[in-house]
Design a protein around this ligand. Structure first.
Ligand SMILES: [Fe+2]
Ligand SMILES: [Fe+2]
Length: 207
């Protein structure tokens, strides 16, 4: 990697972690009014949205990592479109955490670094596996979001709207990776990914 590329990559990482993310689409549920949330429900919702925000930090890092090592231009274009939407997810979850009076995960730099390394490693395996890794990640994120939609306080309609739209987007990311020729990952890889994301989601709920 040349020095310019290194600087751009480093700059993107810093922005992801420390600058507010931008969104082109309106924030889902923006027009809805805040339901009456008890203090407990508010805290629970803020913790769940912190986990989802940390997940989007990971998505940014995975895509950045993959973009650094991926070779095929076609796969790159698919990755870039998805990455733009991930930036919107980052913006939406960030906004929702603020509205709920919560805070972001203190370990975001750590999640970013770990995911970046995983993305870069996947990118080195070539496009079929790279896209396979992406498709599997998105599939697992959809499952995860379904779980959170169950766990969210029923009155938190705004967080719900955000997660619903994210779920739609992530499912589309998985489909487009499959259309681009994603390989199906072997079972041990899928299990390892699930375990890694469990560590993140459980920790980010508290930290
Ligand atoms: Fe996302
Ligand atoms: Fe996605």
């Amino acid at each position: 990697m040349d020095i310019d590329r290194l600087i751009v990559t480093f700059d993107r990482g810093l922005r992801t972690l420390f600058a507010p993310a931008q969104t082109l689409r309106p924030v889902p549920g923006e027009a809805l009014s805040n339901g009456q949330l008890s203090e407990r429900a508010r805290q629970e919702a803020a913790a769940l949205m912190r986990v989802n925000h940390a997940g989007e930090i990971c998505a940014q890092a995975l895509y950045q990592g993959q973009a650094v090592t991926a070779r095929d231009v076609r796969a790159k274009a698919a990755l870039e479109q998805a990455a733009r939407e991930e930036t919107e997810h980052l913006a939406w979850t960030e906004r929702r955490i603020e509205e709920l009076g919560g805070r972001k995960s203190l370990l975001n730099p750590f999640w970013y670094a770990g995911s970046f390394a995983m993305g870069a490693a996947a990118g080195l395996l070539g496009d079929r596996w790279n896209l396979g890794f992406l498709a599997e990640t998105e599939r697992q994120v959809v499952e995860h979001l379904e779980g959170h939609l169950q766990r969210l306080p029923p009155d938190d309609v705004k967080s719900r709207a955000v997660l619903e739209q994210m779920k739609t987007d992530e499912a589309r990311h998985a489909t487009s990776a499959l259309e681009e020729g994603a390989a199906v990952l072997p079972e041990p890889a899928r299990v390892a990914m699930r375990l890694a994301s469990r560590v993140m989601t459980r920790t980010a709920f508290w930290l």
